[in-house]
Design a protein. Structure first.
Length: 475
């Protein structure tokens, strides 16, 4: 190309929220942009960076890109402060009061380099950068790490309140079908709305925070989604009416795999991975195992934990269960474990503290996924062609699980129920009774996902457009 010798290499700052489910896809985006010849600075909190470099291969993985670098910024919390969902409010407050001014200074003073082209911030970060801050000169892109259907639901909550559809009027109102969410008429019940909507007062601060953060998405220069047209096309179209400059480039892990077909997956773990479960899976018959994981920040009381455990054993099916060390509240209490549970687990179960999830889902022994419906887990299951039982826990997950079961027909929705009988029944429904039906729809969706990240696919094209647009910004 003429004048090529004068072209400036674009330089992008990427900053995720310090959670596994946010760091994972943003590191994948960082790798994809680096492969496309863009220089990347990846910003972590010291806590995430320490765990990431301890338990994953990111340093060697990214060392092949000479201009790539990791930098850190404080989250304002003490190093030993818990980082599970229970402590989310502490984190948001400290990010706003401590991290926000530092980030602003960094962006204004050129801390990341005078060549910085743009920043891709976690889409939940609009609260970290003020739209009218004229001193921040670079374009800010927002990467919404939730599903498009949940983001669109958040966009519509304000109108639901105006229409008198919210607040939800108690437990007896939870199954009321919402007829007027544009583009999703008659899909959602009150119980499928993001968890912030489960309040009696619509002025609730968490609900208002979520509404405002979502509305402010339209202030981003552009918005990126880890999704694809064949899965969420109609909803993405709705969001484009408010955020016209939108890129749908997911599933990102599949896009990366398509670009690097001969490489092993990138390990971005904040926890130590226990690969022994892959050997255990090698010894199980095809499609016989239910894989159980509730992601990186879910916590549950001992009672629920025991219901899951009984249900899995009672199902009579094989199970591989991720029990994070910080997942169960009061886990180390002096509680006796019934002998039949120990025995059932020895016979048919295997537990790990953290699994290589993408590899586990791809394993032929796995026939289904009991998940909390985090967006990454959902996409990973979609790409692996594995149906799901959804026990959604918070936030966007409640919308995702409804779409998995009622729109995409990829599994069963178990939200708000946690008893051993239901767990056992649904595991059997997924792995045995309705196996063919679910495996067929899961295989169809997996094909569409893989097609979207290949040349000619929608996500492949949108990623190219993103690279071109960032490059144009740098000229
Ligand atoms: N994950 C993993 N091993 C595990 C459990 C989870 O690698 O044992 C990964 C999973 O593959 C996904 C991420 O952690 O990429 C969890 O993200 P998700 O959005 O599903 O849920 P969150 O943790 O944000 O609630």
């Amino acid at each position: 190309m003429e004048g090529e010798s004068h072209t400036q290499i674009p330089h992008v700052l990427i900053f995720p929220l310090p959670f596994q489910g946010h760091i994972n896809p943003m590191l994948k985006l960082a790798e994809l942009l680096s492969l496309a010849g863009i220089n990347v600075t990846f910003l972590n909190t010291p806590h995430s960076h320490r765990h990431l470099t301890l338990h994953s291969d990111v340093l060697s993985r990214f060392s092949r890109f000479p201009a790539f670098r990791f930098l850190t910024i404080t989250d304002g919390l003490p190093p030993d402060h818990p980082r599970t969902f229970d402590y989310c409010a502490d984190f948001i407050t400290s990010f706003e009061t401590v991290t926000k001014p530092i980030l602003r200074d960094f962006l204004v003073s050129g801390h990341f380099g005078s060549d910085l082209t743009c920043a891709i911030l976690d889409g939940f970060f609009k609260f970290l950068v003020d739209a009218d801050d004229a001193e921040i000169k670079i374009p800010i892109f927002g990467f919404r790490l939730f599903s498009a259907c949940s983001v669109w639901t958040y966009f519509c909550v304000h109108d639901l309140i105006q229409d008198g559809q919210l607040p939800i009027r108690g437990e007896e109102d939870m199954d009321r079908v919402l007829t007027n969410v544009p583009g999703m008429e008659n899909v959602l019940r009150c119980r499928d709305l993001p968890s912030a909507c489960r309040v009696t007062d619509t002025n609730d601060s968490v609900l208002q925070f979520n509404i405002i953060q979502t509305q402010r998405s339209s202030e981003f220069h552009s918005v990126i989604f880890n999704s694809f047209e064949d899965l969420e096309g109609p909803v993405l179209e709705k969001i484009r009416t408010l955020c016209p400059n939108l890129y749908a480039i997911g599933p990102l892990h599949a896009l990366l795999k398509a670009k690097l077909p001969n490489e092993t997956e990138c390990l971005n773990n904040l926890w130590e991975v226990d690969r022994s479960c892959l050997k255990w899976l090698d010894n199980q018959p095809p499609g016989s195992v239910i894989y159980v994981s509730f992601g990186s920040i879910t916590v549950m009381g001992r009672e629920k934990f025991m219901e899951f455990w009984h249900g899995l054993v009672d199902s009579g099916r094989n199970f591989l269960w991720v029990i994070r060390p910080d997942m169960v509240r009061g886990k180390n209490g002096d509680v006796e474990i019934p002998a039949e549970l120990e025995e059932g687990t020895r016979k048919r179960g295997y537990t790990v503290g953290w699994a290589p999830q993408e590899e586990v889902l791809a394993h032929e022994a796995v026939g289904g996924f009991l998940t909390h419906s985090g967006w990454n887990s959902t996409l990973e299951s979609v790409v692996a062609g594995k149906p799901m039982i959804c026990w959604s826990y918070i936030s966007d997950q409640l919308v995702n699980s409804r779409f998995v079961s009622n729109v995409w027909k990829l599994g069963l929705d178990m939200k708000d129920v946690c008893d051993r009988g239901t767990v056992a029944k649904m595991v059997n429904e997924l792995l045995v009774d309705r196996k063919e039906e679910f495996m067929r729809s899961a295989a169809e969706m997996a094909n569409l996902a893989k097609r979207s990240v290949r040349p000619g696919g929608s996500s492949y094209a949108d990623f190219d457009r993103l690279v071109q647009d960032i490059t144009a910004l740098s000229q």
